[in-house]
Design a protein around this ligand. Sequence first.
Ligand SMILES: Nc1nc2c(ncn2[C@@H]2O[C@H](COP(=O)(O)OP(=O)(O)OP(=O)(O)O)[C@@H](O)[C@H]2O)c(=O)[nH]1
Ligand SMILES: [Mg+2]
Length: 320
Amino acid sequence: MPDIADLIKGVLRDDVRSVARAISLVENADDDAQALLKGLFPHRGESLILGITGAPGSGKSTLVDQLIGRLRARGKKIGIVAVDPSSPFTGGAILGDRIRMMRHSTDPDVFIRSMATRGHLGGLAKATGEAISIFEAAGKDVILVETVGVGQDEVEVVKLADLILVNLTPGAGDDIQIFKAGIMEIADIFVLNKADTPGANRVEIQLKAMLELGLKDKDLPPVVKTVATEGKGTDELVQAVFNLTAKKERADLAARRKKLIAWMLKDITQEKLYGLIGRAVKASEFERYIEKIFSRKIDPYTAADEIVARLTDKRSREKR
Ligand SMILES: Nc1nc2c(ncn2[C@@H]2O[C@H](COP(=O)(O)OP(=O)(O)OP(=O)(O)O)[C@@H](O)[C@H]2O)c(=O)[nH]1
Ligand SMILES: [Mg+2]
């Protein structure tokens, strides 16, 4: 069993192996993980959390790879959470992300964590928040969160970032997808990637026209054209990010952080409640309930009430 106090010290020193161990520990989500996260919590740095979202295959990872290069050139220490889409969209995405960012894999100041959305639904905010906490405690300057803008959860998670980059491409169908998901409203910067493919200028004009119509009284978010595979436009993108962070209101950033905290608190509380239920009601008892519900001797609502009542009874007995 790892010594948590040592591990905390290691993370605070930004020791690569400690950060890696902390992350695996958190992935296992046991009591040690909680002790670790509790210990790290008071130590938060001034990290900038950058979210990047867009349709599958729009070039997010290639862009992230370019951003890593540019930010490293400015001496920034970086943590990356790549939320991998479940298989229906792009199979083998984890491998793809790793390979595209591989040239940074030997850099101790670049730490990449992949996270699968499959089987994690709902817990995504908690898992992302925990990875962010570790990176913050380790003193990363910039934390990049890459998610596919398809499912509601992924979209919600990206909203937790301080700044949101929405990645579009000239490819057909993107506009419909983005606007349907309501991503337009949350974008701080639009990245029009694959600007080397046909239709880039047309899409840029369309996008700007739509933004002017849709966001009448607000500052229009910048639109930056990039060719991520060649690194074109990425300097401009980094500049746009820093211009905006300088401008963003503290209150605005605080509001986003509070939303992340609210999500995490909800997730953590739910997880603890599930744990309590699991301990209070044996698997065999669950089986009995299932049989009773199946034979219509009891309805599932009453059964759930009984299970919850068991918990509250137990707690009040403990208190007495
Ligand atoms: N022509 C062109 N191709 C690009 C550009 N950027 C990325 N690509 C290619 O697009 C493909 C997808 O790139 P990724 O970076 O994996 O895209 P992604 O959005 O991370 O994909 P998922 O994580 O699977 O959703 C790769 O084959 C890239 O080489 C670009 O600017 N121009
Ligand atoms: Mg990717």
